[in-house]
Design a protein around this ligand. Sequence first.
Ligand code: PLP
Length: 219
Amino acid sequence: MSISQNLLRIKSSLPEEVTLVAVSKTKPISDLMEAYEVGQRIFGENKIQEMAEKWELMPKDIQWHMIGHVQTNKVKFMAPFVHLIHGVDSLKLLEEINKQALKNNRIIDCLLQIHIAEEETKFGLDQDELNVLLASPTFQKMKNIRVVGLMGMATFTNVQNQIKKEFAYLKSIFDDLQPLNIEQCQLSTLSMGMSGDYQLAIACGSTMVRIGSSIFGGR
Ligand SMILES: *Cc1c(COP(=O)(O)O)cnc(C)c1O
């Protein structure tokens, strides 16, 4: 199957309210353009430099999502154009995003990444760290960022119950935060689900799925 066929098949299988991020990391622009030509406008990358290069060369109505771990010193390269940063997991990083957004006269939307997997290697905040961050006066003074939701990655396993438990946990944190009344927080997006587990993620309440290999093929 071609990229456009994969994309259209997946897209038609998603509920209307679920947003599809086409994860195009490592793929050439010609592959992204094949998806663009059948209507895809949201692309996800995990390296800032690669995303910036593609942004320069591709149509300007594309929304670029940074889905990878972000190094503070590289935020400036994406601040002029990034649409949503998924992997924010520290106050220090938020401060830098806020600073660079201000320089560019923008408000940058972010998701806070929550650690839900068993693996040590996956980035993200635990529930206590999340609460500390949200309650921090430094955070509540930031004017150029907006936290629009949460993001998480499940453990890499075939055990469906394990994945389901982790997604359900993230959804419960998301729901618990809804009464929160902080200007910088408007929580509407729950980014969870990749090629191998997006159907389960949607069943658990995901509103945004990040799908790469099922669209563009293996990397
Ligand atoms: C690569 C990546 C994806 C997409 O993974 P696939 O299994 O190819 O769909 C989703 N989210 C993040 C954070 C990634 O790094």
